[in-house]
Design a protein around this ligand. Structure first.
Ligand code: NAP
Length: 255
């Protein structure tokens, strides 16, 4: 049987370690036949990400701090030179300064808010712009949000409005790029213990509450998210765009 993603080439941004949601997705993409380019934040992150990139035989492995314009352009130029095209990209990053994340949204600093928006939201728009000319035959762009962007989740703080903006950006990108055959979608996983999640106060109780309240009484794994991401970037999802895919055991339907 032909693999669902055979012949496809994708960029995965947001692997910190083997617990990252982006790693669950990279494994699924590769298992279904895709070639994946992988980035790492900086020299500190590199030794944790490199063995994972080797595991999925990533032909492109480059540093990318999304606030660094030169690195961002280098990633897309390398893809252009080596592959000439791109079929999909996964954006799975978020950051907010601790002092702004832990406080009330009411009190967050302008700098903290702008940094969180820049790294967690604007970077997806920038990637979309750089990827568009490489998606000549169409393609799919996927980002990662959380229910705290739609409804108030205690302790999610400034990331709530940032995720709301990200989900809004997805809709506008989907609208603007649809005519070029490019689909843009959001993954919305339930709580998973990752490095970024560890920065949210009371995350253990958030997981316990999600497990208790969700109709399936469970929480997802990074492999569950990977399975949905692999479907979304496949041709089977060719009519799915501007969508939020919840991988949250049904938590979002509960009032
Ligand atoms: P993670 O493993 O910590 O991944 C977050 C990634 O963002 C890390 O690789 C981090 O790099 C990277 N990053 C931070 N600043 C960056 C920058 N300036 N440039 C490039 N990369 C940067 O955590 P995760 O939970 O998988 O998070 C991935 C996405 O899923 C995030 O958007 C998060 O909000 C979303 N999400 C998570 C959950 C959850 O419960 N875990 C639920 C819903 C949505 P370093 O770690 O090397 O600093």
């Amino acid at each position: 049987m032909t693999e669902r993603l055979e012949g496809k080439k994708g960029l995965v941004v947001g692997i910190a370690n083997e617990h990252s949601i982006a790693w669950g997705c990279a494994k699924a993409f590769q298992a279904e036949g895709a070639k994946v380019a992988i980035t790492y934040l900086n020299d500190k992150a590199k030794p944790h990400v490199q063995p994972l990139a080797e595991q999925v035989k990533a032909p492109i492995f480059l540093p990318l701090d999304v606030q660094n314009e030169t690195q961002m352009e280098a990633v897309f130029n390398t893809i252009k030179t080596q592959w000439g095209e791109l079929d999909f990209l996964l954006h799975s990053i978020a950051f907010a300064p601790k002092e702004d994340l832990y406080g009330r949204v009411t009190d967050c600093s302008r700098d903290g808010f702008l940094t969180a928006m820049d790294i967690s939201c604007y970077s997806f728009i920038k990637m979309a712009r750089l990827a568009e000319p490489l998606m000549k035959k169409g393609g799919c762009m996927v980002t990662t949000s959380y229910y705290g962007g739609e409804q108030v989740i205690e302790h999610y703080g400034v990331m709530g409005p940032v995720k709301a903006a990200l989900e809004g950006a997805v809709k506008y990108l989907a609208y603007e790029l649809g005519a070029s055959g490019i689909r843009v979608n959001t993954l919305s996983p339930g709580p998973i213990l990752t490095r970024a999640a560890g920065g949210i106060a009371g995350f253990d109780s958030l997981i316990a509450e999600a497990r208790h309240k969700a109709p399936c009484h469970d929480v997802p794994t990074i492999d569950d998210v990977g399975a949905m991401a692999a479907f979304l970037v496949s041709d089977q999802a060719r009519h799915i765009t501007g969508n939020i895919s919840y991988i949250d055991c049904g938590y979002h339907i509960m009032g």
